[in-house]
Design a protein around this ligand. Structure first.
Ligand SMILES: *Cc1c(COP(=O)(O)O)cnc(C)c1O
Length: 407
């Protein structure tokens, strides 16, 4: 559909990655390139390595790649998983599936643990499978914290408990691409061996940077494990003498300036405050969908409230409704970009991203546009979703202060 009205005002980028880039981050990048071993730039880059470790909450080593999240997936596998190694991939959605697929592409044997894509993975099921592996053939468990396709958040610490309960030495790898900076993640406390993330979701930075955070144990194993790996190799990148090798070539300077600014913003806000903001915004989206859904045409994909992601919400539509029609109308008529349903959810779900640089009015604007799009597409919904979102946000943000004033 061609919109005869020229778009005016801000585009609302409500996709679950890339997410909105703060003006401050854009401004920090607006500068000429520098000599690739410029002393100030090297110092600034080193500060990014240190501060990323704080965001991952690890004393382990962080590696930065000029790549997207898929690159970080490959890095985690290439450094630790050899051809023929067995890996366990508990299924939570399209992203857990795709990480497993990539492991298969690299020659690993991949065993998917079945899931219904509406719940987090089941740690008991994982433990059960580990117990059936007395010879320790399983080399790693690939655990996705927030699966962006299904907006289900799983309990990463529970995988560590499952591994420890049966004394299984498999590595715990966690994909936190869609969750880092939006919800609690404690790499060291939770015994995660490798965590992978990207720049363009909760971290408010343009796409193109990816990170792996690696425990001492995983780093040690990587010396003898894995496949031939060139670009992804951790050992080569640990070259503290030669800065150029930290990126295995030219560093992506502008993305690093952007990342520096975004990390400053994250620390100014405080990680806990950022998590609370994400919880508030997610709760408002859930409240709206809950009311809209009372007409029977839509519902939250994540079944258990405690497993609903703080960074993205997947909304299923009833049989006979085309979620893509609604999404395209919102995009082409209202300039609001929503996420589409991935894989088997194509046409059956749409997604609202609410991660990174985002606040209450942005979420309310997006919800208003969704409601307009539902009207335009004739999707039956109960009125009052937007009011429920306003109430939820006002309560979370102001009710406590009001009660204190009254006291
Ligand atoms: C986005 C995403 C990825 C892949 O990242 P790309 O940058 O698109 O390659 C992997 N895992 C999760 C959970 C994601 O949300």
């Amino acid at each position: 559909m061609r919109n005869p009205n020229p778009m005016r005002g801000r585009n609302f980028l409500m996709t679950p990655g890339p997410s909105n880039i703060p003006d401050r981050v854009l401004a920090a990048m607006h500068r000429p390139a520098v000599d690739l071993v410029d002393a100030d730039f090297v110092a600034l880059t080193d500060s990014c390595f240190d501060d990323l470790a704080k965001v991952f909450r690890t004393k382990g080593r962080v590696f930065l790649y000029a790549s997207n999240g898929h690159g970080a997936w490959e890095a985690s596998l290439a450094n630790l998983i050899a051809e023929g190694d067995l890996v366990l991939a508990p299924s939570t959605g399209m992203f857990s599936w795709a990480w497993g697929q990539l492991a298969g592409d690299l020659g690993a044997k991949v065993e998917e643990l079945e899931g219904d894509w509406r719940r987090g993975f089941d740690a008991d099921q994982i433990e059960q499978r580990l117990r059936e592996d007395p010879d320790h053939r399983i080399k790693a468990v690939l655990a996705v914290q927030t699966d962006t396709a299904t907006s289900v958040t799983s309990d990463i610490a529970a995988v560590r408990r499952a591994l420890d309960a049966c004394g299984h030495p498999a590595l715990l790898m966690a994909d936190v691409v869609a969750s880092l900076g939006t919800v609690d993640f404690r790499m060291d406390d939770w015994g995660v061996d490798v965590a992978i993330a990207g720049s363009q979701k909760g971290l408010m930075t343009p796409p193109g940077l990816a990170f792996t955070a690696v425990s001492a144990r995983a780093l040690e194993q990587s010396r003898t494990a894995g496949i031939r790996r060139g670009y992804w190799d951790w050992e080569r990148r640990m070259n503290d003498e030669e800065f150029y090798m930290k990126f295995f070539g030219t560093p992506p300077e502008h993305l690093i300036w952007g990342l520096r600014e975004a990390l400053d913003m994250l620390f100014e806000e405080g990680l806990e405050t950022a998590f609370a903001r994400h919880r508030r915004l997610a709760a408002a989206v859930h409240a709206a969908v809950d009311v809209w859904g009372r007409a029977g045409a839509l519902e939250l994909n994540a079944v258990h409230p405690a497993e609903r992601a703080t960074s993205v919400t997947t909304i299923r539509v009833a049989e006979g409704i085309d979620s893509n029609r609604l999404r395209l109308l919102a995009r082409d008529e209202l300039d609001v970009s929503l996420g589409y349903g991935l894989g088997p959810l194509d046409g059956k779900a749409f997604r609202i991203g609410h991660m990174g640089w985002i606040n209450e009015p942005m979420v309310l604007g997006a919800l208003g546009a969704v409601e307009m799009a539902m009207q335009a597409c004739g999707v039956p919904y109960r009125k009052g979703g937007l009011t429920a979102a306003v109430d939820s946000l006002a309560e979370a943000r102001f009710a406590e202060a009001r009660r204190q004033d009254a006291a």
